[in-house]
Design a protein around this ligand. Structure first.
Ligand SMILES: C[S@@+](CC[C@H](N)C(=O)[O-])C[C@H]1O[C@@H](n2cnc3c(N)ncnc32)[C@H](O)[C@@H]1O
Length: 270
């Protein structure tokens, strides 16, 4: 058992990992992530505190985010056989193990504190490179090498921790530097950012407030002529409501989608 010694936003990496593991242990899971089960079993954390505060809706949302990102990456790899994939703010992300097609060249990028734990728990297999840098240090672009075969970036559970002006500078900068690249990320509404921040705090994680909330995704195209929206949809859209879900979860899924509480956003740069 490894005790994770993390601070601020890096601590939040345990939440999506545990959610993916919990969902994978269910009957007919919407996401199967055996690597996440293996990893979460090897980390020492307060499982009961986590489940009490994140609740079924949070666990489902995190797992569905992973499923929707997987689908987008698989589609990209089908049309870009020599494409590369970069996971920014990778934490203990296990997407590579779910979508690997046997030839993809993959990069995981994160801050030193998070990468240290990732290296220890999940040393990179062949075709995977770890980049220990902040996403705001744009020298990572050179680390990707030749991206003429296409580049897909996933950034799961990261942008909401930044202020809107920083998200804007980040997206505008990479949209100019990476023409034709695609990016997928999650965003939450200004109201939901308050609720999620509270839940994160209650689950024992301090100093990691959600700072960016957005509902009208069309705003992103106004930030730069290089940004085009491929798709933006509420997180639970297209997901079957199962009888096994608690009634409150079903209400929150429907209400959340109606009010665009959390969305999956897929952009392409030009
Ligand atoms: C909620 S976790 C998400 C982990 C992973 N994407 C997943 O879904 O399992 C947020 C991650 O963002 C990373 N992060 C925060 N600030 C960052 C920065 N400036 N550059 C790169 N990563 C950052 C943290 O270290 C942490 O691993």
């Amino acid at each position: 058992m490894i005790k994770a010694k993390l601070t601020k936003v890096p601590q939040t990496m345990l939440l999506p990992l545990i959610a993916r593991a919990e969902i994978s242990k269910k009957k007919n899971p919407i996401l199967m992530d055996t690597k996440a089960i293996e990893l979460s079993d090897s980390i020492d954390y307060d499982k009961h505190n986590f489940k009490r505060n994140i609740q079924e809706i949070g666990i489902l949302g995190l797992a569905i985010r992973a499923k929707k990102f997987d689908d987008a990456i698989r589609t990209f790899l089908e049309s870009h056989p020599n494409g590369k994939v970069l996971s920014i703010g990778a934490g203990l992300d296990t997407t590579f193990y779910r979508v690997d097609n046997g030839k993809v060249i993959w990069f995981d990028l994160d801050l030193p504190e998070s990468m240290e734990l990732r290296q220890k728990l999940l040393p990179p297999p062949s075709r995977v490179t770890y980049i220990t840098k902040s996403m705001l240090d744009y020298t990572w672009i050179a680390d990707l090498g030749d991206i003429s075969g296409g580049l897909f970036i996933q950034i799961a559970g990261v942008l909401p921790y930044f202020k809107e002006e920083d998200v804007k500078i980040f997206l505008v900068t990479i949209s100019e530097k990476l023409p034709k690249a695609e990016i997928i990320f999650d965003a939450c509404s200004p109201f939901v950012k308050i609720v999620i921040s509270q839940r994160i705090r209650q689950s024992g994680i301090q100093n990691a407030p959600i700072q960016w909330g957005i509902t009208d995704i069309s705003k992103l195209e106004k930030w730069s002529k290089h940004i085009t929206i491929v798709k933006a949809e509420p997180i639970f859209k297209g997901i079957k409501r199962r009888f096994s879900y608690k009634w409150i979860t079903q209400i929150l899924m429907n209400g959340g989608d109606f009010f665009k509480s959390a969305q999956v956003v897929h952009l392409k740069f030009r």
